[in-house]
Design a protein around this ligand. Sequence first.
Ligand SMILES: NC(=O)c1ccc[n+]([C@@H]2O[C@H](COP(=O)([O-])OP(=O)(O)OC[C@H]3O[C@@H](n4cnc5c(N)ncnc54)[C@H](OP(=O)(O)O)[C@@H]3O)[C@@H](O)[C@H]2O)c1
Length: 293
Amino acid sequence: MSDSEPKFLVTGGGGQLATSLDQRIENGVVLPASRLDITDRDAVFRAIREHRPEVVVNAAAYTQVDRAESEPVLAHAVNVTGVEHLATACREVGARFVQISTDFVFSGDETTPRRPEDPTGPASVYGRTKLSGEEISIDILGDRALVVRTAWLYAAGHANFVATMIRLMSERDEISVVCDQTGSPTWIETLSGGLLDLVQGGAGGIYHLTDSGEASWYEFALAIEEMGRDAGILEKPCRVNPIPTADYPTPATRPSYSVLDKSKTTEKLGMSTPHWRTSLARCLNEWQANENP
Ligand SMILES: NC(=O)c1ccc[n+]([C@@H]2O[C@H](COP(=O)([O-])OP(=O)(O)OC[C@H]3O[C@@H](n4cnc5c(N)ncnc54)[C@H](OP(=O)(O)O)[C@@H]3O)[C@@H](O)[C@H]2O)c1
């Protein structure tokens, strides 16, 4: 970031977003769960009083969407109570607070991109806890809270859909992927860079930030197969078959259409985000370089 970078405290160190932020932030500290468990109120206040950040970014979350259905208490502790601790401690020291949220706060019944002010209606435990986390941040801090909703994140070196696809495509000749859920695949670099630009621009309230364009999981998998071979990560072709969600039941209900309208963010930043295909190609090149330094 620039010379005028505020002092940051980032939670969830080691996760996809916190790792990317760690590479961009020069002024501040990134704390993994082993150094700051956000469900521990005293630990949160101690850390924020000690580091005196100007901006706290909460990149910690309970992100196991399916497991949350059977662990609602734990999901609530991290995604709601933990957020409440952070926001309250931010209020005490006068820090701004950035809470990351998700397209899963929407029901997914609509067929047009969702705007920040559109009605929510989460269909899963994870989505409900993330929505409560948004509300509590804004209740406690008003415009000093920035809520950034994102979707379908991936980054080299972490467990995510791209990593799963690359593993399965290396092992098998044929795989089946759901074709009736549509969203916006998003490279972590788009989120971390855009989020810091929103902070620098003094944004408060709810913003949507994903890569541009939309795809089904099936279309995303097809692109991973094609670009994975181009990047030299996949050594052989793998056939990708489209299947309906009904053929791949999961504990959590997922939105069938959860593309986020980013016009408010584009206007604030004065630029749009890259198309998801452009980001995927860049990420896969980085992926290959990491594996073959
Ligand atoms: N991944 C997606 O596709 C996606 C989509 C939309 C929105 N989001 C949101 O984007 C944000 C960043 O996601 P991500 O993909 O970077 O998540 P991630 O890779 O799963 O990282 C989450 C981090 O939070 C840590 N954590 C869990 N419980 C904690 C606690 N009690 N105290 C402190 N840290 C704790 C985890 O540590 P351990 O690994 O040690 O548990 C992990 O380092 C989250 O708010 C998520 O809800 C993600």
